[in-house]
Design a protein around this ligand. Structure first.
Ligand SMILES: Nc1nc2c([nH]c(=O)n2[C@@H]2O[C@H](COP(=O)(O)OP(=O)(O)OP(=O)(O)O)[C@@H](O)[C@H]2O)c(=O)[nH]1
Length: 305
């Protein structure tokens, strides 16, 4: 119990097909919140781990056998009559065709079409990590545009790419951003938000920049830097799409800076309500650590170039 409210721990799974559609289930008559659409899953039983509960629930409810899954996000949501901790997994491989075994309606739905369904309030915060890749790469601050272009093919294919180039004037920065955008890169800019709007790119705010905000900036996607849980809470209130939290490990570029370690990272990221990338001494080889500690993935500069 938390206060007077029961605390319910739940495991749920996002089954995603190759075309990007995800499986929604409608809670049947007789269950709490009947009629609402959700991601399939159910309560974690005493003595069970979240991944064991996931496998059991998806087999009981849908008749599928999970072959591969990874943590997506762990949320905490307070309803008027219960608090739910929702351990959400991305199911990347499974055997069998999902069938309704508990009288629930099922639907494969494109992420952009989910708004037409009446969903539980925990569905929207799960769409944020679902739309984001596992890697968020910052450009080395002094890299010249030609070298940058040469090295882009070696980055993880769908990574977010933050153009952090303080030495470029605004004109040169905008021209480079426009041409990379035409090349199909998932860009994040950190100049005037108007440029992010014009080029339909993300916008990244330093802690100093977002602390000056009173509401979400008008940009297609909004990311912010964070150093602890208080920052993550503030970014969630600003409706950020994701945060970058660090430093997780010591780095050569910031010697002596205090580090969170992976446990400190997890302590801040888990149940923060946001996808959180780990940064600071982190590279692509740390992806499993990031997922196991409640992260969206890894962010960095030097480890990626
Ligand atoms: N499966 C699932 N449950 C969710 C989601 N979001 C969310 O708040 N919940 C809440 O988590 C709880 C899941 O309980 P449940 O009643 O479905 O669990 P269960 O399958 O073990 O059912 P049972 O208690 O009838 O055996 C409910 O309070 C439900 O409202 C979601 O996306 N998927």
């Amino acid at each position: 119990m938390t206060g007077d409210l029961p605390l319910i721990e739940v495991a749920c799974g996002v089954l995603q097909r190759a075309d990007g559609q995800v499986l929604l289930a409608q809670r049947p008559e007789g269950k709490i919140a009947a009629g609402y659409w959700e991601f399939p899953g159910g309560k974690i039983e005493p003595g069970e781990s979240a991944d064991e509960a996931l496998l059991r629930e998806l087999h009981e409810e849908l008749g599928v056998a999970v072959r591969a899954a990874r943590p997506l996000i762990r949320l905490r949501h307070a309803y008027h009559n219960r608090i739910v901790i929702l351990d959400t997994w991305l199911v990347t491989d499974f055997d069998g065709q999902p069938q309704s075994r508990e009288n629930q309606a099922l639907a494969w739905v494109a992420l952009d079409a989910i708004a037409a369904y009446t969903t539980l309030p925990t569905v929207a915060p799960i769409l944020k990590p679902l739309r984001l890749p596992a890697h968020y790469v910052f450009t080395p601050p002094t890299i010249d545009p030609a070298t940058l272009r040469d090295r882009l093919p070696a980055l993880p294919g769908d990574a977010l790419l933050r153009l952090r180039l303080p030495a470029l004037d605004d004109r040169a920065y905008a021209a480079l951003a426009a041409s990379l955008r035409r090349g199909g890169h998932r860009l994040v800019l950190d100049r005037d938000p108007a440029l992010s709007r014009e080029l339909e790119c993300g916008w990244h705010a330093t802690t100093r920049a977002w602390r000056a905000l009173r509401q979400r900036p008008d940009v297609p996607a909004f990311y912010g830097s964070a150093h602890g849980r208080a920052d993550l809470d503030a970014l969630r209130r600003l409706d950020a799409d994701a945060a970058v939290l660090g430093a997780v490990l010591p780095t050569a570029s910031h010697p002596g800076e205090p580090t969170l370690g992976w446990d400190g990272f997890a302590g801040a990221a888990l149940e923060s309500g946001l996808p959180v990338y780990a940064i600071g001494g982190v590279g692509r080889e740390h992806l499993l650590y990031a997922w196991q500690h409640g992260g969206q993935g890894c962010a960095g500069i030097s480890a990626y170039w």
